[in-house]
Design a protein around this ligand. Sequence first.
Ligand SMILES: Nc1nc2c(c(=O)[nH]1)N[C@H]1C(S)=C(S)[C@@H](COP(=O)(O)OP(=O)(O)OC[C@H]3O[C@@H](n4cnc5c(=O)[nH]c(N)nc54)[C@H](O)[C@@H]3O)O[C@H]1N2
Ligand SMILES: Nc1nc2c(c(=O)[nH]1)N[C@H]1C(S)=C(S)[C@@H](COP(=O)(O)OP(=O)(O)OC[C@H]3O[C@@H](n4cnc5c(=O)[nH]c(N)nc54)[C@H](O)[C@@H]3O)O[C@H]1N2
Ligand code: SF4
Ligand SMILES: [Mo]
Length: 891
Amino acid sequence: MKHEKPPLGRISTTCPYCGVGCGVRAAVDHSEGDPLHPANGGWLCVKGSALHDTLTKEGRLLAPRMAGQPVAWPEAIEGIATAISESVRDYGPESVAFYLSGQLLTEDYYIVNKLAKGFIATPHVDTNSRLCMSSAVSAHKRAFGEDCVPACYNDLELADLLVLAGSNAAWAHPVLYQRMKAAHRSGRRVVVIDPRKTATTEWADLHLQLRPGTDALLFNGLLAWLHARQALALEYIRQHCNGFEETLALARSCAPSIRVVARGCDLSDADVERFYQWFAETPKTVTAFSQGINQSVSGTDKANAIINCHLATGRVGKPGASPFSLTGQPNAMGGREVGGLANTLAAHMDYDSPGAQRRVSDFWHSRQIACGPGLRAVELFEAVHRGDIRVLWVMGTNPAVSLPDSQRVQSALARCPTLIVSDCMEKTDTTEHADILLPAAGWGEKDGTVTNSERRISRQRRFLPLPAQVRPDWQIVRDVARALGHGHAFDYHRPADIFREHAALSGYGNGGERIFDISALAQLSNQAYDELQPVQWPVTGGNAGAWLQTPRLFSSGRFPTPDGRARMVPVAALSPAQQPTPRHPLVVNTGRVRDQWHTMTRTGLTPRLFAHRSEPFIELHPCDIAGFGLIEGALATATGSGGAAYTGRVRAHEGQRAGEIFVPIHWNGRFASSALASNLIRPVVDPISGQPEGKHGVAMIRPLITRWQARLIMRESGHFVVDTALFSYWSRQRLPHSHAWWFAGSHRMDWRAWGQACFAREPELVMEDTARQRFRAAWLQGDRLEGVLLVEPCARSVPDLGWLDGCIGMPRLLPEQRRSLLAAGPADGEASGAMVCSCFGIGERQIVRAIRQGVKSCEALGALLQCGTNCGSCVPEIQHLLTTTEVREPA
Ligand SMILES: Nc1nc2c(c(=O)[nH]1)N[C@H]1C(S)=C(S)[C@@H](COP(=O)(O)OP(=O)(O)OC[C@H]3O[C@@H](n4cnc5c(=O)[nH]c(N)nc54)[C@H](O)[C@@H]3O)O[C@H]1N2
Ligand SMILES: Nc1nc2c(c(=O)[nH]1)N[C@H]1C(S)=C(S)[C@@H](COP(=O)(O)OP(=O)(O)OC[C@H]3O[C@@H](n4cnc5c(=O)[nH]c(N)nc54)[C@H](O)[C@@H]3O)O[C@H]1N2
Ligand code: SF4
Ligand SMILES: [Mo]
């Protein structure tokens, strides 16, 4: 492994966002894609490109706190150790639980898992990967015997048929998407299976816009159809698979014909047949799947239905032919390696793996080890609510936002006698409930490893100074372990010490039966660890078993099951649990937007990443907008069957199926009044994986009737606090030079007095029209604009803030600018519209104008406006505008 040194002053590290795991060359003030990293070869998406904008002290948690008061570290560590040991003494080890995250580094993850299961002896260690990958994990275990992703990224490029099931890769795995597109060649086909049109479906040769939740039926139908057409690899099945007859029988009884499948999935017969035909005739087929498959009560079955079709055609772990579960978080895979899920023990060993408990406790030298699976996320928080769990330590995740039924989760957090939260940020919906709050080092401040979707381990390296009172997660856990009296087993001085032990455990007593084996890395020197180049597991230093052929697994047809054969799993195509009723007639789909990351604790800091979607929204088909008495661009409230609500701006989307709404998962109590997607999702789970049904809630929707809508823009937000009682709706966003809010409500307001309170003084300019519910005021400091308040009877008449934000950025206003302040811009001003290209700040209206003037291609638009020429994340949207904008013929 040769160490390629980055240019002077740059450190090679890994992006902390998605599971693509792109290499980044970072310096204190700038970062760029690492051209030598095998995942991205130099590319970064818009989130990766904006990483540096998020490295601010703003909102950071900079000292430990107990009961809201800053304390010194020794006191915090002692407080935690006392809470844990008292709880163990009085209520037993199972009264202590840990809730972890796929965003922790492997070393952090390993050490918590060891402390909890091996020394406190509680099995209750689960992770947000339960909400993310656990169905794929269960499906891999059922089919292959171990949780292994057989494919590698190159397979996405080599495939002649690429099936993307429940994946919006264009937004969620943007660099992989770019790689797939760049490898496009004639004859290659792309099928996207998704109930709504997305940036990814724009690229598809065939979009199967199925009824949500019906994927298992579609793939069962495929298996039956392939069999009827004699398109199965019977010899491969005979040699390498068990369970074929039963699996086929159930598939045929659920999905006897194309007609039945098409009806069930709400697709046309012709489209279903076309997909089946393409699958039959294309040996090099990859089916990549993500949350549209996993986040379902039948997520494990859906994934197995996909894997069944690949096994039955012998397309597993071959170049360009494999099922491929795409991981979401940067270290979702690393968490699975260490055993962070409640049903696993450590290093790909389950509690019921023969000899595993003995082996792991020997290796750890622990006297008492947890002896059976712990509670999985949803059950875990129920146990907290019941009071069975009395000490809960949440690390690197924001469950108050991301778990279903957030009201219930928040009340569990509030009841928990000792809630410990480790986070980089001071204020999140979860930290709000913490009794002990620990300031964790963030990206750039810590060292360790992460593993991406293709099993590739990469280093995250530190390139920033560590704020004085901030600690990396592994160090905090080590100190607590020492305070609990386990110092002998936690004698770590650096992440490399932990990594070596983790690598050694993977090989310990592993006679070749566990594929996850990186024991060749157990002897790395500190320097070799520092210089570790991206490497795919297994890494066994030459004594690999028959199936260990990186970069792919299972190419030989041998699997890590007792008899070496894969298992096809009979799958009954069950319906989603949350079904619409007359009171809640709409199906709720939830997911990601391109430029935000989860609960926005980092991406919400940068103006650039707000430009694409600036407010919580609800997307509906235009017929539902009319049918439910809504108005596009106005506010609406969706109410879930649990009674909680989500308020957002109505967006019409032709690509939404009628009767279904889509809401983003990102907004939360820090950014809006009531915009938690999880308010619309009930905590029902897949019985096998325990993964919640995050993609299928039900709701009623009604317009939010208000008397006025207002926008406030301020240079400094200072100590401004939203008085939530005044408003039916608020949301906030960052602009390049200012902070901005939306407000809407019906209270009779004295706007002059309210504005005065916000800025602590009289406005310089005022325009008031009480009869029409209009009020506009501007605050200046000499020639500098400090802020503006605009109130209108409805949202439509509220002007865009782009021009005003530009004015706030000016060192001094020009006289004509000053005159236009209350009009929010010159009368002839050209607005740029909703942001499309965040890298160069190019808006939809600018692009549409250029298209109308005759610019015909994405490349030509790039040459003219620069849009789409940096990270490329917006190219699908530009292409969409090119196909949907009517070009005005010259008169
Ligand atoms: N920009 C951005 N990127 C991210 C993240 C982020 O927060 N922001 N998060 C990362 C993480 S942790 C994850 S897990 C990944 C998730 O990556 P994805 O799974 O690709 O993203 P989602 O938007 O959650 O959902 C994907 C699609 O599933 C569809 N879907 C819903 N129901 C069904 C169904 O029944 N069947 C099928 N076939 N499709 C359905 C939705 O319409 C949606 O378009 O993204 C990662 N990347
Ligand atoms: N309805 C619905 N619900 C969903 C989903 C969905 O599609 N629909 N998606 C689910 C999925 S796939 C996922 S992955 C989850 C994500 O949901 P969460 O994990 O809850 O979301 P994040 O915002 O990523 O939370 C990470 C937290 O860790 C903090 N943090 C960042 N770096 C560090 C660090 O190094 N150390 C520590 N200690 N803290 C750190 C951040 O500030 C943030 O508060 O949401 C799930 N919930
Ligand atoms: S695709 Fe974007 S978010 Fe994902 S790892 Fe690469 S740069 Fe980071
Ligand atoms: Mo995820």
